[in-house]
Design a protein around this ligand. Structure first.
Ligand code: NAD
Length: 440
């Protein structure tokens, strides 16, 4: 497994749990030291125990020696990052190609090179070209096995996925049965649970991952726009979302109004799909609009807070609950808190913030002047306004009277609709949330 980040570490550990011998190769020295010392460099519930058990059982190892890991491997997975390229939004595949070249040099016999990273359509074929050029003598196959796990629920998602997608080269003379057999064997425990396994071509598998993430991002953006419309026409977005979600064709999930989607995948994958579409001469206009609407939404949220403070937050103290892009993760990549706090900071507010897992990851990406607090009540202390940015469960049960005792002002902006407007209002607060004008 090349790359020991979210995807590499979780999938490598879960494959080991299935009974496979796994060697994870990680080039970042700090990450590698942590892993070797049994410290998990990411926040993922249950992962520390699973890693420890599989290391103990001798099925899971960590190192930086690519050659040692690749030698004798039936399959080599590439799980390195594919961030957005500056400027054009295309996925940066340079880490993938660099890893593939190293794999090709290190391989000593037939192997399947599998991309687990999310990569643009055509990457698999380019990988095959690189391997052939680097090692004309090597027998190999290429496969695409996109990963659908969600941070915060990653182990469960890997062990009980809705489906597994395995793409192999549909045009390879002689076929790729050998590769399919190896991958089928790896995922055998899931076969036993009757998980649908979709065997398809390389390009199809690559496009499936972008289509899935872009669809979900579009669904989030849809309900956000409906939420804004609810505010204008006096409707309640929670009731709209619940009622449309009960239609099996629509489904309940991803219909919660929010300050916009963030994280390590949706923003970069939607941008990448629009680039793929444009380059192929078949623009995906719904997703182009989704990207634009979402970018604007994060800015609108900052303005909404300022407007609630009668247009001026200069010199005010703003308490912030939640910083990560969603609960149960420490991931701050493209979190809504970044543009929102930036705007408040530039407008002269003093920010007191708390997040249950993201305090360390937040520091480098948030304004320097932010004060980091020990808990939610500490963040509320002396605040003129309190803002909810991430819906961590522990915030839901905060008693409004306790918040009132800590705060100087009486204004709450709930950008995740975690509280019941009636209860908050009865405690003496002025309260705004998303798409619930009838509830305030
Ligand atoms: P990450 O940045 O957390 O991890 C990537 C790791 O690879 C880093 O630790 C880096 O040091 C290491 N690395 C880079 N080049 C290397 C090399 N040549 N040899 C060894 N190690 C190397 O990224 P991630 O979140 O795990 O995402 C990886 C891929 O999986 C991306 O394409 C992403 O889009 C995709 N993905 C991510 C998620 C998610 O929830 N994070 C879910 C599904 C798919």
């Amino acid at each position: 497994m090349i790359g020991g980040g979210y995807v590499g570490l979780v999938s490598g550990t879960c494959f080991a749990e299935f009974g496979t011998d796994v060697a994870i190769v990680e080039t970042n020295p700090d990450r590698l030291t942590a892993l070797r010392e049994g410290r998990i460099p990411i926040y993922e519930p249950g992962l520390d125990r699973l890693v420890a058990e599989n290391v103990e059982a001798g099925r899971l190892t960590f190192g930086d020696d690519m050659a040692a890991a690749v030698k004798g491997a039936d399959a080599v997975f590439v799980a390195v990052g594919t961030p957005s390229r500056r400027g054009d939004g295309q996925a940066d595949t340079s880490y993938v190609y660099a890893a593939v070249e190293q794999i090709a040099r290190a391989a000593d016999a037939y192997t399947v090179i599998v991309t687990k990273s999310t990569v643009p359509v055509g990457t698999g074929r380019e990988i095959a070209r690189i391997v052939r050029e680097t090692r004309p003598d090597l027998e190999f196959d290429i496969a695409s096995n996109p990963e659908f796990l969600r941070e915060g629920n990653a182990i469960q998602d890997f062990m009980r996925p809705d489906r597994v997608v395995i793409g192999t080269d549909q045009y390879k003379p002689g076929g790729t049965e050998r590769a399919q057999t190896i991958l089928r064997k790896l995922y055998r425990p899931l076969y036993l649970l009757e998980t649908p396994i979709v065997f398809t071509g390389l390009e199809t598998a690559e496009l499936i991952k972008y289509s899935a993430n872009s669809f979900l991002a579009m669904k989030i953006t849809f309900i956000n726009e409906i939420s804004d419309l609810c505010e204008k026409v006096g409707a309640n977005v929670n009731d709209v979302a619940r009622s449309i979600g009960l239609d099996g064709r629509i489904g309940k999930k991803f219909l919660h109004p929010s300050p916009g989607f963030g994280g390590s995948c949706f923003p970069k994958d939607t941008r990448a799909l629009t680039a793929i579409g444009r380059n192929a001469g078949s623009p995906v206009r719904l997703i182009e609009t989704t990207v634009a609407v979402n970018d604007q939404r994060m800015k609108d949220m900052g303005e909404r807070i300022i407007a609630f403070a009668n247009g001026d937050v200069h010199g005010l103290t703003i308490g912030v609950l939640g910083l990560t892009f969603k609960p149960e993760t420490d991931d701050m990549r493209e979190a809504a808190s970044i543009p929102v706090l930036d705007m408040l900071d530039r407008a002269g507010a003093h920010i007191r913030a708390f997040d249950p897992a993201g305090m360390t990851t937040a520091r480098p990406v948030l304004p320097q002047s932010v004060t980091y607090c020990t808990d939610a009540l500490d963040a509320a202390r002396d605040a003129d306004i309190l803002v909810v940015l991430t819906e961590w469960n522990e915030f839901r049960s905060l008693a409004p009277e306790k918040l009132a005792r800590e705060m100087k002002g009486r204004k709450i902006v709930d950008l995740r609709n975690i509280w019941d407007p009636k209860t908050i209002k009865e405690a003496g607060f002025e309260y705004i949330s998303l798409g619930r004008p009838d509830a305030v």
